[in-house]
Design a protein around this ligand. Structure first.
Ligand code: GLG
Length: 889
């Protein structure tokens, strides 16, 4: 019966009608039904937002169908599952992405047109789901898309489908079983909204759930209690003693809010070109019924209710600093809340169909996305030993087989440490377990490395400093079978610096999976015209699932027809961006200028300040040149965007400086269209979708050795944007992919040494503009301190800021101090000269539009490796040991 088709099976059960249809008139009926019955508006009168809501619900229905089928299939096949634990997800908007992955975008657009609505206009109504800070969080979202999409051959077994359909009819659906489930927190307040007032950043809360969220499904029956505080007691067990954790009670008095409920909110994530639709399960904290019954009984009803509400604060706010969470009790609570709920869910699912925990590693892989969910290690030990009564060694053996850990940073301040006092009060049993793990591990270590106390103390999970702390990264490394970096260079840094001692001990544990981003979001959704152009010239849409096919564009890179169409697409995208800039800031920009973009979180190491000082230099040059020479200047629109952590004063000053410089330049009649500077406020995923396709040049200019990977560069590259970059993070691999073409020697020789306008010499076919100190040079340069040579132009532009040329002299003083007099940790002064040269080379290249277009095409053509599909495939094969499980429906 294996040859029977899906249609045959559907007919057999009369199910053809069960699946929702996607022709325009069925879609129209669905949308109008949702207007009337879900949004509760009259179908004769509803606005764009209501239309969006109805549309979203109609799409959601289709997602749910696929999701049911996927869950049933997974349940039946019971494959090994990967559970991706991440405290942050930056999903952005869901509508366009969903309909494109479902393959019904055009049908919806047609259906809406007849109803008098534009799909794009309705898509704009959706707010961003910003449950994360930056790269790490967006990476998680890209990886979700790839996890759902990965296209493996289906095994068609009709008997199995038959059985599934029966169970489907009998039981409707079992929702919570999936191969690829990602867990996160459903923060009520996402990443703050950035408002710029007088050039300063102000933060406003992002209550993103204000208008409801049609993309999630609250699973009121999927709830788990999460407990905190209490004591650990010895209990008689099987003739011996065992530890029991008695949460809540400390010194015989009850701690308030020691128990909360975690409620699941499921977000279906559809794959592209497959029926598979996986789950992003987010946990929200709700008050537990067991809280404070005493107060009720003693008549203090109001206080008891008010106190209960405080339980919800656990999942209410995302920490807006993407580097440092040290010593914050609420942060630790969030982490444990997340870990405990996820593990209860995972273990319950495992126990549904397995009785022996020795099978656990064959069925479960747990991915720690950075150190944030590392408490999961102690929690698994606690559940296995204390609740499932496995002996310690057996539990430890299981733990060592299931965890893998990915580090996303090289910055020491981002390596989390949890003060022992805090852990002891909040999770006393977990602290004991971590101590026990550490004890065994240090004993083992002594056998391996001898009594080298310095090294032992460096490698210990417990740090005996002024504040005794648990080093979460050490815990993660000791207990994981694989430690991944996010680019080759990053992995080298982990091995040779950050985790050197561990690498020497366990070289086999260390590996890397260079990050990637999803082309579905970053080309197909955000740049539909480029997407259509690529498909046309490749003669296939298959690249949407297989990015290596983009290499086929290389052969066409000199084709004049392609050039023309390519330039047209780029121009339309620039016009769209120019309109946005004008609407948002009132600044008119010319689309014939080069759009030069730097969008990312504001950080000293990312060097937005270098960019701004470069712009000041450009401005200064224009001001000081003969009027007649100005015709030689390549016009630029410099665009900067990004949020600064609310407590990061220096980063906020950089934003203010950017706006102060913009104010001066944009209003200077000497400059006109030759130079504009725009700060784009409230940079988020949706803004990126608009800005990236419109960029000619993008900057990734971190001090070498500081950016673990960087993923923005990949998005720009895919969209045919040229990169101006340092050799840092994944840029090193981008250079290898798109080819150096003698560029280094050529453009450095060709560029002028003083002023960008005077670039002379022959510019050869460079595809990137590279500059700056190399990673291995950085430490020695820093050593030089105040004796490090910096170019005169650098001193001059800093002086302009110091002297108040842009106003706010006192306010910018500390910023200037940071880059002069031996304080220039990020080497802005040292790199300034070569930065200007790279900029000059970009100007020169831009003048030759044919060459530029060719380089742009080659950038897109060379971007295949930076798809998250490739990253996920590597993780699946090398780290998680999972197989594809394609839904046959
Ligand atoms: C990081 C790093 C980025 C990296 C991203 C995803 O700073 O370099 O690309 O994770 O791995 N903490 C981050 O956002």
């Amino acid at each position: 019966r294996g040859g029977e088709t899906r249609v045959g099976v559907e007919r057999m059960f009369g199910l053809m009608d069960r699946f929702l249809k996607s022709d325009p008139s069925s879609l129209q009926k669905d949308i109008l039904d949702h207007v009337e019955y879900t949004v509760a508006r009259s179908r004769f009168s509803f606005d764009d937002f209501e239309a969006y809501q109805a549309l979203a619900h109609s799409v959601r229905d289709r997602l749910i169908e696929r999701w049911h089928d996927t869950q049933l299939h997974f349940k039946k096949k019971d494959p090994k599952r990967i559970y991706f634990l991440s405290m942050e997800f930056l999903m952005g908007r869901s509508l366009s992405n969903s309909v494109i992955n479902l393959g019904i975008r055009d049908q919806y657009a047609d259906a809406l047109k007849e109803l008098g609505f534009e799909f794009e206009v309705l898509a704009e109504q959706e707010g961003d789901a910003a449950l994360g800070n930056g790269g790490l969080a967006r990476l998680s979202a890209c990886q979700m898309d790839s996890l759902a999409t990965m296209d493996y051959p289906a095994w068609g077994c009709i008997a199995m489908i038959f059985a599934l359909l029966i169970s489907n009819l009998l039981r409707l659906c079992e929702w919570d079983s999936s191969t690829d489930t990602c867990y996160g927190l459903r923060y009520q307040y996402g990443l703050f909204r950035q408002v710029i007032l007088d050039g300063y950043q102000h933060e406003q809360p992002d209550y993103w759930l204000n208008f409801g969220n049609p993309w999630e499904i609250e699973r009121v029956h999927v709830t788990y209690p999460v407990k905190f505080y209490g004591t650990v007691e010895d209990e008689n067990f099987n003739g011996g003693k065992r530890k029991v954790w008695l949460p809540g009670e400390t010194h015989k008095s009850l701690v308030p809010f020691w128990q909360v409920e975690a409620v699941a909110y499921d977000n279906p994530i559809p794959g592209h070109g497959t029926r598979n639709t996986i789950t992003l399960r987010l946990w929200a904290a709700k008050p537990s019924d067991q809280i404070d019954m005493e107060s009720y009984n003693t008549g203090d009803y109001i206080n008891a209710v008010v106190n209960r509400q405080r339980a919800e604060t656990i999942s209410s706010v995302l920490y807006p600093d993407d580097r440092s969470y040290q010593g914050k009790e609420l942060r630790l609570k969030q982490q444990y809340f997340f870990v405990s709920a996820s593990l209860q869910d995972i273990i319950r699912r495992f126990k549904d169909s397995h009785s022996n925990f020795d099978d656990f590693p064959a069925k479960v892989a747990l991915q720690l996305n950075d150190t944030h969910p590392s408490l999961a290690i102690a929690e698994v030990m606690r559940v296995l030993v204390d609740e499932e009564h496995l002996d310690w060694n057996r539990a430890w053996d299981i733990v060592c087989k299931i965890f893998s850990f990915t580090s996303h940073t090289v910055l020491p301040e981002a390596l989390e440490k949890v003060p022992v006092d805090l852990l002891e009060s909040l999770l006393p049993r977990h602290l004991q377990i971590i101590y026990d793990i550490n004890f065994d591990y240090i004993e083992e270590l002594k056998k391996r490395i001898g009594l080298d106390y310095d090294r032992l103390s460096r490698m210990s999970i417990v740090e005996d400093g002024a504040i005794k702390s648990i080093r979460m990264a050490n815990l993660a490394i000791v207990c994981s079978h694989t430690v991944n970096g996010v680019s080759r260079v990053h992995s080298e840094l982990l091995k040779t610096r950050v985790f050197k001692d561990f690498y020497e001990l366990w070289p086999h544990k260390f590996d890397y999976k260079t990050n990637g981003v999803t082309q579905r979001r970053w080309i197909v959704v955000s740049n539909p015209s480029l997407s259509a152009l690529i498909s046309k010239w490749l003669g296939t849409e298959a690249w949407i699932r297989d990015m290596d096919l983009l290499a086929g564009l290389q052969d066409q890179a000199a084709n004049a027809d392609l050039h023309e169409e390519w330039r047209m697409v780029r121009k339309v995208n620039k016009m769209r961006l120019a309109e946005y800039i004008e609407a948002m800031s009132g600044i008119k920009v010319s689309v014939s200028a080069m759009f030069d973009v730097q969008i990312k979180r504001m950080h000293e190491y990312k060097r937005q300040l270098l960019n701004i000082l470069g712009i000041i230099h450009r401005y200064d040059c224009i001001k000081n040149m003969e009027k007649s020479d100005r015709t030689k200047v390549v016009p630029r629109v410099c665009i900067i965007g990004g949020k600064a952590a609310p407590g990061y004063e220096l980063a906020k000053k950089i934003i203010k400086l950017c706006n102060a410089v913009a104010e001066k330049i944009n209003n200077d009649p000497d400059v006109g269209d030759l130079l504009k500077l725009v700060f784009i406020p409230d940079y988020n995923v949706s803004v990126a979708e608009l800005v990236i396709p419109g960029a000619d040049l993008s900057q990734h200019i971190s001090t070498a050795g500081h950016e673990a990977s960087g993923t923005g560069s990949m998005k720009f590259l895919m969209n045919g944007c040229l990169l101006l970059a340092t050799e840092d993070g994944s840029t090193v691999e981008i250079i290898e992919e798109i080819g150096k073409d003698n560029m280094e020697e050529e453009w450095i020789r060709s560029a002028s040494s003083n002023c960008f306008t005077a670039a002379a010499g022959k510019f050869v076919d460079s595809r990137m503009f590279l500059f700056g100190a190399k990673m291995h040079e950085v430490p020695a340069l820093r050593e030089k301190g105040p004796t490090l040579k910096v170019p005169l132009q650098f001193a001059r532009v800093v002086r302009m800021v110091r002297d108040g040329y842009f106003g706010f002299q006192d306010y910018f003083e500390s910023l200037c101090d940071k880059v002069e007099g031996g304080n220039d940790f990020y080497l802005l002064g040292h790199d300034f000269q070569s930065y200007l040269e790279a900029q000059a080379a970009a100007d020169k290249a831009f003048v030759d539009q044919e060459k530029w277009t060719r380089m742009s095409i080659l950038s897109t053509a060379g971007s295949g490796r930076f798809s998250s599909d490739r990253t996920i495939e590597e993780y699946a094969e090398k780290t998680w040991g999972i197989e594809p499980c394609r839904c046959p429906f």
